[in-house]
Design a protein around this ligand. Structure first.
Ligand SMILES: Cc1cc2nc3c(=O)[nH]c(=O)nc-3n(C[C@H](O)[C@H](O)[C@H](O)COP(=O)(O)O)c2cc1C
Length: 217
């Protein structure tokens, strides 16, 4: 059920956004808890006509966590399993082991990258330039090409290494967008909370969603 505090999207807001909005997104998922956030992020991306191409990478640990949290079974029809629908024409799976995939090169026109959820292990590799697998390599490329890189880090509590690595990644140009949902719009369910979080990440990238809650003060 939609909370009574949800507000319709204000079209005039578009005037203040970066132009043009990203069309080609890289979405990675890692072995941190929070697969429901990925589910809603991919659903929103799938339904957003402004986004033409999504390259999607899942680490092995992400599969383990998704098996727990989304009851996924293996890599077969991975995107269809996550979306809970038929396979997507827009979302293309890339192997994390394939460091020769399109998004491994700065010459490939990816507009922005999101890691959701981002484990502190992946955060550590990105923050320290360890680019042995495709997720870290694509993130490394995003930073060197000065393209938006959003890391939805999830862990609790943080140790000093995690905090240092968040600082390092942010210092290199990444946005630390922790999996910390808002509560002031009074989400009625986990799905509503995760969906609104997906909207916030996309708005941050210049892709505001019409259904998103907007605080009126
Ligand atoms: C059910 C489950 C939940 C986990 N939750 C987290 C988490 O919230 N944050 C985190 O950083 N690691 C978490 N881990 C541990 C990571 O999956 C593990 O460190 C893994 O090596 C990360 O690999 P990746 O960064 O290549 O995906 C979890 C593991 C499991 C099995």
């Amino acid at each position: 059920m939609t909370s009574p505090l949800w507000r319709p999207y204000a079209p005039q807001f578009e005037a203040t956004l970066p132009i043009p909005p990203p069309k080609n997104l890289t979405v990675a998922t890692t072995g941190a808890s929070g697969a429901i956030f990925l589910h809603h992020f991919l659903l929103t991306v799938e339904g957003d006509e402004r986004i033409e191409t999504v390259n999607f990478i899942a680490s092995d640990s992400a599969l383990r966590v998704m098996a727990e949290e989304l009851e996924l079974k293996g890599r077969s029809n991975l995107v269809g399993q996550i979306l809970g629908s038929k396979p997507s024409k827009k979302i293309h799976v890339q192997s994390n082991a394939d460091i020769g995939a399109n998004v491994a090169s700065g010459s490939y026109p990816a507009d922005a990258m999101v890691v959701i959820p981002c484990s502190v292990g992946t955060l550590a590799r990105i923050a320290n330039g360890v680019a042995a697998q495709l997720i870290e390599r694509a993130a490394d490329v995003s930073l060197k090409e000065k393209r938006p890189l959003v890391l939805c880090v999830r862990e609790t509590p943080f140790n000093k290494i995690h905090i240092r690595n968040m600082y390092r990644a942010n210092d290199a140009g990444a946005t630390i967008f922790p999996l910390i949902p808002a509560f002031y719009y009074r989400p009625a369910s986990l799905d509503e909370m995760a969906r609104e979080f997906a909207y916030r990440v996309l708005a941050h990238l210049g892709l505001p969603q019409r259904q998103a809650f907007r605080w009126r003060g």
